[in-house]
Design a protein around this ligand. Structure first.
Ligand SMILES: Cc1cc2nc3c(=O)[nH]c(=O)nc-3n(C[C@H](O)[C@H](O)[C@H](O)COP(=O)(O)OP(=O)(O)OC[C@H]3O[C@@H](n4cnc5c(N)ncnc54)[C@H](O)[C@@H]3O)c2cc1C
Length: 530
């Protein structure tokens, strides 16, 4: 998979596409997989890199959402639990189960959370991940040795899924490509075209790399631009009523010693009425998140000081050693594309209470917008969206096949079913063999890029050759997760990554320097100032 292959598909497609999808996050790429695997021809355009928006900035949980159970949204929880199971079934190289412990400091918490989490387990039915149960104080500390012991009575354990969001996304892009879709990053949709009756029949887009314009027509256009959905809707209909309430959530990444062991902490009630997770992730501790209404969505949102302080203070209530700003290796922010309750006033102040259900909205112009939902439910959202878009466009009826569809990299032989031997390359699934082959052909590619992180040079070459990484940032933020794990280490690795990419992509010194400077600017938002 590379950009030349993608352009070849676009150039060889002079007629109207069945579907154009705008937006290369979980939602858009999910729609592209669903439509392409049904047999429709699909073009997907992403203005930046795949996953540059919210889809690389999540808590990385494939979960039903214990919080939504508390809110009484049983339908959403059951749907998400089923999707969690399908995700593990179809992408076992990227998704795995994880024990979550709710520590109890009050007498009523054990029966209350014990019962609720048992219900959560039962709602998963045959897609269950593990048996939840009440833990003694000793068992709780076995799971979470770094927990604050003062006043600790015990806990309750339950199981959910964890994954690497940007890695899953790039494997999903490859899956859509393997089913015939053309997907281009760095293609910004700048306008929508309409037929004589006023129905949207295509897009005009700008190639961000060359400045060239692309015009493409389609029987239906799907707007999967997440928090930016209203901007595209306004291009089709200037009087469209806004649907999106953007809400920011941030995460802090700390060294792994804050959470020894393999279990995560789930705090069911923070002082602002949310849940907080502390999760082991790629050998680090990920803590989050917040829910702060923001005026508008931006592609590179920045964590606010109050959000950082809130997470540090809340984590400090539960951890034996309270983390400080000096302990933060990386901080990242993402924008939730929450959907406005119809009729709600524009100034929403409590976004935590807004539904996480997805919405498919068809404007009078025929533009189909899919927004809301969760990473976990992307497959179901896509099925729903393609069903409706195909009906609207009068495409021949074709059934959805994604329930059983393996995601690229699925380990397909008995040998490949033991990816543990690949260590940190295991998330590549069957591609790990190809990366190993690169190292076999040039041993220098096996060299690490930084002592603090597991990434090696071969991953950079692989990203540039086969995963459509176009910039230093693409490689350090979303093909590897270096920037998300340790911003300063990522900044230190950047020149070596730029060198490797320059020789793969044929960059001259000016282009190399430009990519490096652009990366440093973005990376400065991930490094917390003391
Ligand atoms: C802090 C936080 C934590 C979360 N944690 C979880 C979790 O643990 N589990 C879970 O299931 N869900 C979680 N979610 C929700 C989940 O991350 C989102 O629902 C999901 O990523 C949304 O994906 P999307 O594709 O709709 O949006 P995005 O990923 O934002 O994708 C939209 C894309 O559209 C592109 N775009 C915009 N305009 C244009 C244009 N004009 N032309 C071309 N492209 C354009 C953007 O560049 C962007 O890449 C979390 C969300 C947040 C914010």
């Amino acid at each position: 998979m590379n950009r030349t292959d993608m352009w070849r598909r676009v150039d060889a497609h002079p007629k109207a596409w069945d579907m154009i999808v705008v937006g290369g996050g979980a939602t858009g790429v999910g729609v592209a997989i669903d439509a392409a695997s049904r047999g429709y021809d699909v073009l997907l355009l992403e203005q930046s890199d795949f996953g540059k928006g919210t889809s690389s900035r999540s808590t990385k949980l494939a979960h039903g959402g214990v919080r939504y159970l508390e809110q009484g949204n049983i339908g959403l929880v059951m749907e998400a639990l089923k999707e969690r199971g399908l995700l593990l079934q179809n992408a076992p190289h990227i998704v795995h189960d994880l024990a979550f412990v709710v520590p109890n400091y009050d007498w009523w918490e054990a029966p209350f959370y014990g019962l609720g989490l048992k219900l959560y387990q039962l709602l998963a039915g045959k897609y269950g991940f593990g048996v939840s149960r009440i833990l003694s104080r000793e068992e709780t500390l076995e799971h979470l040795p770094t927990l604050k012991t003062e006043g600790l009575r015990g806990g309750a354990v339950y199981y959910d899924g964890q994954f690497d969001d940007a890695r899953l996304l790039i494997h999903m892009v490859a899956t859509a490509f393997e089913h015939g879709a053309a997907l281009l990053n760095y293609l910004e949709v700048t306008g929508l075209t309409k037929d004589a009756q006023g129905f949207v029949d295509g897009v005009s887009a700008r190639d961000v790399e060359t400045g060239n314009e692309l015009r493409a027509t389609a029987k239906v256009v799907v707007n999967a631009t997440g928090a930016f959905s209203d901007l595209l809707r306004l291009k089709a209909e200037p009087s469209a009523t806004p649907m999106i309430v953007p809400s920011q959530g941030i995460h802090l990444v700390l060294v792994s010693s804050f959470l020894q062991g393999d279990s995560a902490i789930m705090v069911p009630h923070t002082s602002d009425g949310r849940v907080l997770f502390a999760i082991p992730w790629h050998g680090h501790t990920l803590v989050g998140t917040t829910d702060t209404p923001v005026a508008e969505a931006t592609l590179e949102p920045i964590a606010m000081d109050e959000e950082v302080d809130f997470i540090l203070a809340t984590a400090g209530q539960y951890l034996a050693k309270a983390p400080t700003r000096d302990d933060v290796l990386s901080v990242f922010a993402g924008i939730r594309p929450l959907v406005r309750v119809s009729g709600a006033a524009s100034g929403v102040t409590n976004t935590a209470a807004l539904s996480r259900d997805h919405v498919i909205h068809i404007d009078r112009s025929g533009l189909v917008t899919i927004c809301g939902g969760k990473w976990t439910t992307y497959r179901h959202m896509a099925e729903d969206c393609v069903d409706q878009a195909a009906t609207l466009a009068q495409l021949p009826e074709k059934p959805c096949v994604t329930r059983q569809l393996h995601i690229h990299g699925f380990p397909d032989s008995a040998k490949e079913h033991a990816p543990k031997e690949f260590g940190s390359l295991a998330v590549y699934g069957s591609d790990a063999y190809e990366i190993r082959r690169l190292i076999d052909s040039d041993a220098r590619l096996g060299e690490p890029l930084h002592a603090a992180l597991p990434y090696i040079k071969a991953e950079v070459v692989w990203a540039a050759r086969h995963e459509m990484a176009r910039t230093v940032e693409d490689t350090l933020a979303r093909r590897t997760r270096a920037l998300f794990l340790n911003a300063r280490a990522a900044i230190a690795m950047a020149p070596a990554v730029a060198d490797l990419m320059a020789s793969e992509m044929g960059w001259d010194e000016v282009t190399r320097a430009k990519h490096l400077a652009a990366f440093r600017e973005v990376a400065s938002n991930f490094a917390l100032r003391p």
